[in-house]
Structure formats: C-alpha cells, structure tokens
Design a binder for this molecule. Structure first.
Ligand SMILES: Cc1cc2nc3c(=O)[nH]c(=O)nc-3n(C[C@H](O)[C@H](O)[C@H](O)COP(=O)(O)O)c2cc1C
Length: 819
C-alpha cells in the first residue's frame, strides 16, 4: 500500500489465517458470508485494509515492521529516483494513527536511540494532533526514593516512549523493569517480591469482558498475571456503563478491546492478546492453549459448558464470579480432571442443549447453576421478570467490583502457594452489613488497681524472707523457693518458673543471688546476719545448689544501710533525660559490685551507648521473631483487668505511651511475627529498647567469673547491690537483657533462636561484649540502663509470701523433703 500509495487493500483468507492478517491491521468483512474455498474444509472470508487505519489496528510488532519497511522504501526511492517509489504518503497526517476509533489496543513501545523506533517516534512527534507527556523525571525520583533502594541497573534502565494510537498520546515512562518495580511497590508485603514473580509467570484467560473487564483490570492492578488473553465478541453499550469501568469514549468498541486499552493505559508493558470475535466450541482449545487460569464471565450457557469441557481436557482451573451475593466458584480441573462442570449442579446437561437460547429460556438453567434458594431475593424475583418488566438479569457496579476483588483474592492464594480448593462461596456484603456493630473498646489499663506491695511481717526471720521475695527476677517469675527454720534461710531455684532465655537456670540463679543479698541486708538491719553457704541439692539436681544464710549476729553497716532501699527497689522503664552520672556514683557502683565478688562495667560514652542500643534493639527483634521466645515473652505480660498481677510484668510498668502501646498490640500477634520473620524484617520491634537505651545516662554490665550456679548467685548479689546503690543515687534502673545473656555454648544459641539465626545471634553477642568492655572469662550477669527519669508509675506484683516460703522445724515432719 505504501508502495502504491493505495488507501485500501483486500484479500481472502480461510479462518485459520484470518487472525494472522488481523495482526497486520486487516479487518474481516464479517457481514459477508464465508465461502467454501478452495473446498468445504475452508470457510474463506474477505478481509480489507484501510491504510489510514492500519496503524490503529495492527499490532505493535507489525507496525514496527511497516515503519522500517517504509523507511527502507523511502531510502530506495531517493537512491534510485524511482518515480514509482516517490509516491506520496497519505496527506492527512504523518503519525502512524489518525483515528481514536478502530480496534487498536496495543500501545507502541519505542526505545530512544533505536533506529527503527526513532523513525516511528519522529513521525508521531511530527503530528500536531498527538499529545506528548514526559513525566519521567518524577518517576525516576519516585524510583530512587523506594525502600529498599533499587539496584543501579534498574536506575540506569533507559526510559521508553509509549504511543497510544486510540488516544493519540505519546507518554514517556520508565523502562519495563523500573516501571514494574515502582508500580508494584505498594503491593509489598501483602504480596512479596517472590510471590509477585510467581504470579507474573501466569497467563490468565478471561472470557466475557463485562464483569471480566473489572476482573482483568484488578488482576493487572495487583500484578497477578504476566499476560492476559481476553475474548469477547460484543461491544460496549450505554447499558453496560452501570457496572464497567468503561466510559462514553468506549461506546461501540469491542469489550475485549476496551479492556485491553484500559490495561495498556495502566501498564503498557503487560502483554495482552485480544480475541475480538469471542470464543466458541471450535476455538476454545486454541484459546486455552497457553492459558494457566481461565476466568469465565460470559453469558452464553453453551459456551460456559463447552469452556469447562475444554478446560477439563486441558487441565486448566476455571474461576467464575457471579455478581449476586458475592458468589465465587472455583473449579480445579487442573487437579481434578473428572470434576463435573458447575460442581455437578446441572449433571447431564450438554452445550448442545443450550445453544442459541433466549435470555428468558436460559433463566431456569441459570437458576439451577446459581441455586434458586441462595440467590438474593431481588435477583431471584428479577429472573422471573425477564422480558416482562426487565430486559435481562440485573447487575450492579459495586457487586462487579467485589467480583474483581474476590477473583484477585483467589489468584493471590495461588501466587502465595496457599490452598485454593474447588468450591463455591458467597461474600455477601448485605449480610455482613446486617452485622454492623460497634468495635470492642480497648481495655483501659489504668482502671485496674496495682497489686498492693506486701507489708513486711513483724517476725524478723519472716521479714528477712519477705525482703528476699522483693528481689528482681526476669519476667517477674520469682523463681525462688524459700525455706525458713530457726537457724537459717534456704533459697533454691524453682525449675517450674524457667524459660528458654534462662539457660542453665543462670537467670534464675541471678535472681536467687539478688534475693540472698536482700535477705542479708534485712538480716543486717535486724542484727541477724550470719554466714552464707552453698550446698548441692539433694533432689537429683546435684549440679545445682541450695544457698543458705545462717542467722547470726554479724554486723555489716553498709548492708544495714542499704536495707532501707530494698522495699523501694524497682524497675523503672521510663525514658530518661541523658545526663552525666556523677563520678562518685560510678565509683560507688563499681565498689558495690566488687563487694560481692563481681565487676561493674560502667559505660557513659554516648557513642558506645548508641552502638549498644542498636545491638540490643536487634536482639529484641530476634526475640520477637523467634516463635517460642515470642510466646514466652507474651506469656510474661499481664493485662490488668484480665490477668492476675501477682507475678509477670504488668503492662503498665512498661511505661509505654499511646503509640508504643499500639505497637505492642501488634507485636503481641504471633501471626504478624511469622510474616516479619519470613521477610527478615521487623526493625521497628527493637525501637522501644533503642529509644530507652539512648535516653539513658549509663549502661552497667555486671559480670562475674565462673559459670557454675554459685557464680551466678554471687553475680546476682553484686547486681542487687549495684541496683540499690544506683537507686540511692537517684537513678532509675532497668535491666536490658540481650536475648543471649545466659548463652555459653554454641548449642545455647541454637536453642535460643534456631540453627539459622544462631550465628547472627552469636556475632551480636560478641559485638555487645566488646562494646561493654567485657574481658575473657567474664560472664554477663545482667545489663542495666541507668536513667535520670521521673518515678516509675507503679510497683510490680509479688505472689503471697506463703506460696514461695515453707517454714519447718529442723527435726520436725515438715522439713522439705528435697532440700
Ligand atoms: C535476670 C533478670 C533479667 C531481667 N530482664 C529484664 C529485661 O530484659 N527488661 C526489663 O525491663 N526488665 C528486666 N528485668 C527486671 C524484671 O522484669 C523485674 O525485676 C521484675 O518485673 C520485678 O519488678 P521490680 O524489679 O520492679 O521489682 C530483669 C530482672 C532480672 C533479675
């Protein structure tokens, strides 16, 4: 046509060749009956080209070839001065398309610098009717701002020009990889990158582009397919505009073409094929040839049945959404090749029984498929009114939109590798709205009274046991058992109160040591202080110890003085104002630890504090992301109004503001943690600890040498002495235990966070020990943050003393059997 400067060309072709010619812009003369030429096997039709319309109708690849050929012809004409070749191009315009009508749906993607594409681009740009938009600088800015940052190759990808013939618009966009990364960015983490890639491998066929229009668009929005094949013979009419996202510019346009245009305007890089003549029994097999999932939304019952037969044959799953009470059908012919169509609801019915029925005649079959008792009353009533008071069955835009959403939800499950069995469900929004109710109000934590602090008993020995019971313990488990007779107080570890963090009961022994120090301080105040001893347990745990404090008349004035702080000692988790800790206080803390055979490493340097905060925050993250540690952590929390507050951590003592409480409400959810763990994300889980540590004035690492239980008991005493001393100096004290605080061997790290994360935890532990300045052989007993903060809001609870204390006579029958 270029050669002859002809506007029209015609040819004839049998059915199988027609599609190929159509890709080059041919139009099948549907209004002329086919002829059996050259014999009865062929239904040969007339096809024609309009040179002014070719660009609008031809596929992009063909158009490119035309442009190249035209350029070559023009070059040849100049070379040879051939009068034939010099014939003029069409006068109307220089752009490849002059019309917004026609059947074009493929955008022309053009690469700058590519010879052929440049020729087309020049022609398009030269057309004054073509609108040009270049927003690539903003798009690139958005791409650069993405989290996590894009690889440099993506940023270096050349942009493309995209020509939309039906819009007569030329748009400059990011290249395909950058465009895809940016367009799908907000899908994450509802769909991960891997899940999106999985979805992009799928070709989805859609038959019937009324409801199918919305579904195809929703799937494309979410990136739930890598290619779409759309089939519909019908055209958009005004009566469709109550439910499709089409518009008046689409009137008269084939429904599949209109959908393909919408998709191209959403994402020009998404491959779409259009079957504008729809599908029938003869071509279904070809239609399904490379389709992975088919969405069936057509009106013809015979095609519905034929399509299921073909899908069963090709093992393609079929999904159908019917816009009434959110009805969704999934038929997994891929995994169930013997499955009857429509779940067996119309057994025995064949496509031949249904061909060519009027809408009214179809209604009884439609009713059987949709279950008459389950249709909405308005739909069921309307079915009986077809041809009397309504033209066809009603459909609403909102219900069609819900269909897009439900099919997308089903395909998301496939992308995520989740189960999607065959079956039927109804997402009935009306029924859901019947359930409208106010949400449950969050509990007002401060309504519940704190547990009153137990009052010290009058009996001096019991007062000493009571002081022991006021000691700190990990998770406030109070893991000590106490026994009292006239001569001594015995303390040992209650194994039932241990946890994964409490490896080798080292945390429990630390708490026991703190309890022992409290007992000694109270005994000093009561002038009953006596020597301490450690004896092996006699109940089969002979590698563990029972600590005893004999009642005597020793005097330790320092301890007696500290005893007045025992009742008031508490954990203060409030953020502080970083300020200097007086050198005298630092010295007093070091001396306190040394008095009990421990060492206090005091860190006040802000840079080191910040580095420790980062390490501790990461440790918290690992704790939240490890299912068993998370479960244990949550089991420590006590919610006032729901839980008894005598042990565990009353959440009010966490001193969280409203935003932090909201974060905690999310962090309590194991399902959320499972996702964060799978994405290796969750940096925010360590934020509270990070913020608290950097608000502190110092970190104090209390250490001992030795790993045996008695060493940790000594360490616990050192810790408690440091704590009392710090509170005496007016500082708030909060332990900030790294998750691996009591890990010694490789197996301990594995037990804590599993084999995969164990090396990471070990490295974190080593980093923290270096930052705190721990020497070889030194064991961390506890890490404390000291802050200049206002007083804690409320004290922690304690179990009644009777529950942890037994009194016995040395020779009597009530002597504890095991100890
Ligand atoms: C071994 C041990 C580990 C602890 N770890 C933490 C911790 O990581 N975070 C925290 O806020 N408190 C921690 N604590 C403090 C306890 O939660 C606190 O002592 C307990 O809830 C009782 O409260 P009280 O100290 O106010 O009496 C720990 C205490 C001990 C003895």
């Amino acid at each position: 046509m270029e050669w002859f400067a002809a506007r029209f060309a015609i040819c004839t072709a049998p059915t199988h060749a027609q599609r190929v010619w159509c890709t080059a812009g041919a139009v099948v003369a549907d209004h002329l009956a086919p002829v059996a030429y050259p014999d009865a096997r062929f239904a040969t039709r007339l096809l024609w080209w309009d040179r002014h319309q070719v660009a609008a109708r031809a596929e992009a690849a063909q158009l490119r070839l035309f442009a190249t050929e035209a350029a070559e012809l023009a070059a040849a004409a100049t070379d040879r001065s051939s009068p034939t070749l010099a014939c003029a191009p069409p006068q109307t315009s220089t752009a490849p398309c002059q019309s917004a009508s026609g059947d074009a749906w493929r955008p022309l993607v053009l690469t700058e610098g590519d010879g052929d594409d440049e020729a087309v681009l020049a022609a398009v740009r030269a057309d004054p009717a073509v609108a040009v938009r270049d927003g690539v600088a903003d798009q690139r800015g958005e791409l650069i701002a993405l989290q996590p940052s894009c690889p440099v190759e993506l940023l270096a990808e050349p942009p493309r020009w995209v020509y939309y013939p039906w819009r007569q618009a030329l748009v400059r966009l990011l290249g395909p990889a950058g465009f895809r990364r940016l367009r799908h960015d907000r899908n994450r983490n509802k769909l991960t990158d891997a899940e999106q890639q999985h979805a992009a491998a799928n070709t989805v066929g859609v038959v019937g582009l009324s409801v199918g229009h919305t579904i195809a668009h929703t799937l494309a929005l979410e990136g739930l397919c890598g290619r779409l094949v759309l089939a519909d013979f019908d055209e958009i009419a005004i009566s469709n505009l109550n439910r499709l996202p089409a518009d008046v510019f689409d009137l008269g346009v084939n429904k599949a073409v209109a959908t393909a245009r919408r998709l191209a305007e959403l994402d020009p890089y998404l491959p779409v094929d259009v079957w504008p003549h729809g599908v029938d029994a003869d071509v279904l097999d070809a239609f399904l040839a490379d389709v992975d999932v088919v969405i069936e939304e057509c009106d013809s019952l015979d095609i519905k049945l034929s399509l299921r037969d073909a899908a069963r044959h090709r093992r393609v799953p079929v999904l159908m959404e019917t816009s009434d009470r959110g009805l969704l059908d999934v038929e997994r012919f891929d995994t169930e090749p013997d499955r009857p169509a429509f779940h067996g609801l119309v057994a025995g019915l064949t496509a031949d029984d249904l061909a060519g029925l009027t809408t009214r005649a179809k209604a009884p079959y439609v009713l059987s498929i949709l279950e008459p008792g389950q249709l909405s009353a308005r739909m069921a009533g309307s079915m009986a009114e077809i041809d009397y008071t309504v033209t066809t069955w009603p459909q609403l835009g909102g219900e069609v939109a819900l269909g897009g959403a439900s099919v997308a939800a089903a395909l998301r499950r496939l992308a995520r590798g989740q189960a999607l069995p065959s079956g039927r469900l109804r997402l009935d929004l009306d029924a859901a709205l019947d359930e409208l109710a106010p949400p449950a109000q969050p509990a007002h934590l401060h309504d519940a009274a704190p547990v009153p602090r137990p009052v010290a008993p009058d009996d001096p020995h019991e007062a000493i046991a009571h002081a022991a019971h006021l000691a700190p313990s990990g998770g406030n488990t109070q893991p000590w058992a106490l026994a009292l007779d006239d001569d001594e107080l015995r303390l040992w570890v209650d194994h039932t109160k241990s946890s994964t963090l409490d490896q080798g009961f080292r945390g429990s022994y630390t708490a026991l040591g703190a309890a022992l120090l409290n007992a000694r301080a109270a005994a000093s105040a009561h002038a009953r202080l006596g020597p301490i001893a450690f004896k092996p347990r006699t109940d089969g745990h002979d590698d563990e110890v029972v600590a005893t404090m004999a009642f005597g008349d020793e005097l330790d004035l320092d301890l007696a003085e500290l005893s007045s702080w025992v009742a008031d000692r508490h954990t203060n988790r409030k953020p502080g104002e970083p300020a200097v800790v007086a050198p005298a206080t630092v010295e007093a803390l070091r001396a306190a630890a040394a008095r009990e055979g421990g060492v206090a490493h005091v860190v006040t340097d802000r840079e080191t504090l910040a580095a420790c905060a980062t390490a501790l925050a990461e440790s918290d993250r690992l704790r939240y992301l490890t299912p068993w540690l998370h479960a244990e952590l949550m089991s420590e929390l006590r919610w006032p109004g729901h839980d008894a507050l005598e042990s565990g951590i009353d959440v009010r003592t966490l001193e969280l503001d409203a935003a932090e409480r909201a974060k905690l409400a999310v962090a309590t959810r194991a399902d959320v943690m499972a996702h964060l763990s799978a994405w290796d994300a969750g940096a925010a889980l360590g934020e509270i600890t990070h913020e608290r540590v950097v608000s502190s004035s110092a970190l104090v690492a209390v250490t001992v040498t030795g790993t045996e239980p008695a060493a940790y008991v000594r360490g616990g005493a050192a810790l408690e002495r440091v704590w009392l001393e710090a509170q005496r100096a007016g500082l708030g004290v909060q332990p900030v235990s790294p998750v691996s605080i009591y890990a010694l061997a490789d197996a301990d790290y594995v037990a804590l966070v599993g084999a995969q994360r164990a090396p990471q935890l070990r490295a974190l532990d080593q980093r923290l020990c270096r930052l705190l300045g721990l020497g070889d052989g030194e064991q961390l007993v506890l890490l404390l943050r000291l802050s200049h903060a206002s007083a804690a809001s409320l004290p922690s609870g304690r179990q009644p003393l009777e529950e942890v204390l037994v009194r016995f006579r040395r020779t009597g029958p009530s002597q504890p059997a095991s100890m």
